[in-house]
Design a protein around this ligand. Structure first.
Ligand code: HAM
Length: 428
């Protein structure tokens, strides 16, 4: 084969798109119940937005961005995530002043140059939410609860919420100092890129993917001990509100997440069924300084995003979606009948009846081939009209499953089919 899709991308075929649409529709419904409205931002943004606001020390910025220069020499990057673009749009469009513009959701492709494997792609899709302007821990708990309710409505099982707090920027130097104190005797045993982070951004060591680093992190005192009382209270209120809904969680003292903008609550929803390193279905947290860092007024915010490919992976075996059905397959025999049926198909579709028209023109095999096709397409009915029927002004309507045949005047067909398909749909 001459061309294949680029490494780390994949085609989503009709056998899977039903499941994608189901995931999209379910999340839209759930988001609507919580007052979230859709936003669509461009696929690319200025590179600076990501470098400065996801953080120069993160894996995404250091290794994973698809960056290109346009014809005027501007540096652009295919979005690796949605939070920075949505925040940019929130500010640019003065959305703080508009009613119903504080709770936003988005769905669409993201791009990261990662090593592809099951559940990890270079073009992947996220469905995410961002809630601006509410500093209350109740907003954190509500957004986590919304994620859990949405996943359970989708039928996802065995999920676990991992949660932690990284506090506010004031506690950050204290946390970093504690991490450094804990690691410094073993520093020379750590990989070089980790040693660099030790100086530039020690907190990033906690989300390193290397196993060896985690063995040296075992026994690290809880970073939350270094938080201000306000941050500690914020965190315990989030937990209290989750408990109120009976949502189970695990506090994970080393969870800091791989993006630099987080403050206070950070969380992930993981699935044991995803297996391996790619077990995170959903990640999110609070980011109270991103709007301000982008040049706006101080505006608290909280959000999450989940990977659609990972949800599809989990649901594929669990969920048997109803295959789309075809009401009618039309088999005209000969040119005059074909012309008449072309108009009939048009009329039927306008009446809401799904149909496909056989374009087989060789009379010899027309009927045999057409019936084969009707079976392949799982048509409920087949309509046959030959020269003889056309002369009488009738057609033969065959119910494919039972094999029963009826003759009807061609002019009655839209009405007859409307009644029959209504009855079939009601029986389902
Ligand atoms: P993230 O943890 O980088 O967070 O990504 C969220 C989810 O996107 C992951 O849990 C995973 O399911 C999916 N994902 C990430 N990378 C890949 C990949 N290469 N292939 C397949 N799926 C992937 C964020 O992006 C934040 N913007 C989330 C957020 C929203 N925080 C606050 N608001």
């Amino acid at each position: 084969m001459k061309y294949t899709s680029p490494r780390g991308t994949k085609d989503i075929l009709p056998s899977e798109t039903g499941l994608w649409q189901h995931i999209e529709a379910t999340s839209r419904n759930v988001f609507d119940l919580y007052g979230f409205h859709e936003i669509r931002t461009p696929i690319f943004e200025s590179t600076d937005l990501f470098v400065r606001h996801i953080g120069g020390d993160t894996e995404i910025v250091q290794k994973e961005m698809y960056t290109l220069e346009d014809k005027k020499g501007r540096s652009l990057t295919l979005r690796p995530e949605g939070t920075a673009p949505v925040t940019r749009a929130y500010l640019q469009n003065a959305m703080a002043d508009k009613p119903n513009h504080q709770k936003l959701f988005y769905m669409g492709p993201m791009f990261r140059y990662e090593r592809p494997q099951a559940g990890r792609y270079r073009q992947f899709h996220q469905i995410g939410v961002e809630h601006f302007g509410d500093a209350s821990p109740i907003a954190d708990a509500e957004i986590i609860a919304m994620g859990i309710r949405m996943f359970s409505q989708l039928g996802l099982k065995n999920l676990n919420v991992r949660i932690n707090s990284v506090g506010c920027p004031i506690s950050r130097p204290v946390i970093e100092e504690r991490i450094k104190q804990f690691l410094h005797t073993n520093l020379h045993k750590l990989p070089e890129h980790i040693q660099k982070k030790f100086e530039s951004n020690p907190m990033r060591i906690l989300d390193a993917k290397d196993e060896v680093v985690h063995t040296y992190l075992a026994g690290l005192p809880d970073i939350k001990d270094a938080l201000s009382q306000d941050s500690k209270d914020h965190f315990s209120t989030v937990l209290e509100y989750l408990e109120q809904l009976g949502i189970e969680y695990t506090v994970d003292n080393t969870l800091v997440r791989g993006l630099e903008y987080y403050t206070e609550t950070v969380f992930e929803i993981v699935s044991a069924d995803l297996g391996g390193a790619q077990n995170t279905l959903c990640g999110g947290g609070r980011y109270n300084y991103l709007v301000k860092d982008l040049g706006g007024p101080k505006t608290p915010a909280v959000g999450f995003a989940f990977g659609v490919e990972r949800a599809v992976l989990l649901l594929k075996d669990q969920l048997k979606l109803k295959q789309p059905e075809l009401d009618l397959y039309i088999v005209p025999m000969g040119h005059p009948q074909q012309l008449k049926c072309f108009a009939l198909a048009d009329e039927l579709r306008q009446a809401g009846i799904s149909c496909q028209l056989s374009t087989e023109t060789k009379l010899k095999n027309a009927l045999k081939n057409a019936l084969k096709n009707a079976n392949k397409l799982s048509a409920t009915y087949t309509l046959i009209i030959g020269e003889e029927e056309a002369e009488k002004g009738v057609v033969i309507l065959k119910h494919m499953e039972s094999g029963d045949q009826e003759e009807h005047p061609i002019s009655n067909i839209p009405q007859v089919l409307k009644e029959k398909t209504k009855a079939t749909n009601a029986a389902h």
